[in-house]
Design a protein around this ligand. Structure first.
Ligand code: NDP
Length: 294
């Protein structure tokens, strides 16, 4: 058996096309365009790359991006003041504070200061709280988990009634992904570093979302034949044959998994492009709410 490979790049491109059309419609109907503010603190290379990619993606669909780069030693009060100014700015429909923040800044305070109406990353404690409750729809769902569900939906994979296993319980991926599966009526197991007999538990999954950050940990014989496997992991492993000296692999052993799974996402080109597409989706949805577009 060879798994159907879920092409996250192609699905993300379709979503970006849908958003670009909505931006045009908003311009025509309301004379407005969505705006996303990206706040970067310090000079981490990876964070600079992520922010650059997000701004480029905004430009491609017609969303205006506002960039703010603050020095690594900025005070918490100064950062809070910027967030408050952005909360009050009517041209800004989404605020994204790139994580991680320097140690002297309390991220919970900063994320909690973002207006829940502009919390396009979905990390505000109120949005996360609502996500955890029945019939309390959050205004925004965190982008990576939302992207995982979108990949399942757009691949025609039924979630209701299925056995789902989420490998990992982080605030930004595992936990919200688990909540989303539960809301969609999957029967859910969440695994973590203390889970006993991990392969045995994973083998029960009709749907597996792997988000552990351990290169190729999930082997082919952990996977139930025909299962849908969404690999969130992005891990750099040494590879002297590559120009950069490394290559990216997921948390799932792709070569083994594709012989067993029914559906499988590649790394790169699976969940990654969906994370950015969902950030654009959340920003668009926020702008639509704020201008009153149906
Ligand atoms: P975290 O390190 O925050 O969480 C990892 C989770 O995996 C924890 O819950 C941890 O358990 C669990 N875990 C770690 N080791 C094991 C193990 N040996 N057995 C079982 N469980 C284990 O990672 P993130 O959730 O932030 O990210 C996970 C992966 O997803 C990373 O590779 C990251 O790069 C990638 N990622 C990709 C994104 C994308 O857009 N494609 C976006 C965000 C992340 P415990 O809670 O017990 O410590």
């Amino acid at each position: 058996m060879s798994a159907k490979i879920i092409d996250g790049k192609a699905i993300a491109a379709t979503i970006r096309g849908e958003i670009a059309a909505e931006v045009e419609q908003m311009k025509a109907q309301f004379g407005r365009v969505p705006g996303l503010a990206a706040v970067l603190v310090g000079e981490r290379r990876d964070s600079q790359t992520y922010v650059r990619m997000k701004k480029k993606a905004c430009a491609e669909v017609g969303i205006t991006s506002f960039g703010y780069t603050l020095p690594a030693d900025v005070s918490q009060d100064e950062l809070l003041k910027l967030v408050q100014d952005l909360n009050a700015n009517p041209d800004v429909h989404g605020i994204l504070v790139q994580l991680p923040l320097p140690d002297h800044i309390d991220d919970e305070t900063i994320l909690g200061a973002i207006s829940i109406e502009k919390d396009v990353d979905g990390f505000h404690p109120l949005n996360i709280g609502r996500l955890s409750m029945k019939r309390r729809a959050p205004l925004f769902v965190p982008c990576t988990p939302r992207g995982c569900i979108e990949l399942l939906d757009r691949s025609g994979i039924e979630i209701e009634g299925k056995r789902a296993v989420v490998l990992g319980r982080s605030n930004i991926v595992g936990l919200p992904a688990a909540m989303l599966l539960l809301h969609r009526n999957a029967t859910l197991t969440v695994c973590h570093s203390r889970t006993k007999n991990l392969p045995g538990v994973v083998r029960e999954a009709d749907i597996l979302i792997a988000a552990v950050g351990r290169p190729e940990m999930v082997k082919g014989d952990w996977i139930k034949p025909g299962a849908a496997v969404i690999d969130v992991g992005v891990n750099a492993v040494d590879d002297p044959t590559k120009k950069k000296g490394y290559r990216l692999v997921g948390d799932v052993d792709f070569a083994e998994a594709k012989e067993v799974a029914g559906y499988l996402t590649p790394v790169p080109g699976g969940v990654g492009p969906m994370t950015i597409a969902m950030l654009l989706r959340n920003t668009m949805d926020s702008a639509k709410r704020q201008v009153g577009m149906a």
